[in-house]
Design a protein around this ligand. Structure first.
Ligand code: SAH
Length: 222
């Protein structure tokens, strides 16, 4: 991934239409989510030698042992979040920044945290270049949330959480939704936790997904 995006050709646009069709057939019905995936060039987030892989419905390595999530998973989590315009949304696990851009396309004010310094540096520089200067990136440990900017309308964790961090529940607005894949082993259960107005929580589960682990403490600078 360089600091200049490659061109977005008709061919890329055609491949995106096909990708959206596949995701739709797998059960994603939210039109705004499908439109965001059709609009955002996923190949921008790939090294030029791997551009061919950008429009397969698969996760892909992005360096530092991490992956860009599968488009279906991005769509599934985005659909569960049910973003309304101008909502304040916290993402844990910036990675490539692809999911953050999808949230921005859905009208969210996006705050995103990454614990790997190399990914944080690269993605922070890259997002303004591809047209997303308003996404706010933070280097830190997502287990702690982002107290200074709380509370949030919505939160999304894009790494496998062994448990639901208390800080995230505390920093959620009443009526807010946290979407988090929970599980320490190979497979996680996609879970939504909604904060009721009386401060209690309602949990729902949505089947099995696979994520890279959510690790505690931010990685060292060097
Ligand atoms: N949303 C990303 C997918 C990233 S994969 C995308 O669209 O590309 C998960 C990311 O979570 C990795 O980059 C990993 O470094 C990061 N991560 C893991 N544990 C974390 C933590 N405690 N706080 C913040 N980020 C974390």
């Amino acid at each position: 991934m360089g600091y200049n995006p490659p061109p977005d050709t008709y061919r890329h646009q055609g491949l995106r239409k096909q990708l959206v069709q596949q995701i739709r057939l797998k059960g994603i019905a939210n039109q705004q989510v499908l439109a965001a995936i059709e609009k955002l060039p996923r190949h921008y987030f790939f090294d030029s030698s791997f551009l061919e892989s950008a429009y397969e419905d698969k996760p892909f390595p992005i360096g530092a042992g991490q992956t860009i999530s599968q488009p279906y998973t991005v769509a599934f989590q985005s659909q569960l979040l049910n973003i309304q315009k101008n909502e304040k949304v916290l993402e844990i696990g910036t990675g490539s920044g692809y999911q953050a851009c999808i949230l921005a396309e859905l009208g969210a004010r996006v705050f995103t945290i990454e614990r790997q310094k190399t990914l944080f540096d690269r993605t922070s520089k890259f997002l303004p270049v591809i047209g997303y200067p308003t996404i706010k990136t933070f280097f830190g440990d997502g287990y702690k949330g982002l107290q200074a900017f709380s509370p949030f309308d919505k939160m999304i964790v894009t790494a496998a959480a062994p448990y639901v961090p208390d800080a995230l529940l505390e920093q959620l607005k009443p009526g807010g939704i946290l979407v988090i894949p929970v599980g320490a082993d190979d497979v996680q259960i996609m879970t939504t936790i909604t904060k009721r107005s009386d401060g209690t929580f309602e949990k729902k589960e949505y089947g099995a997904f696979r994520f890279v682990p959510m690790l505690e403490d931010k990685a060292k600078e060097k």
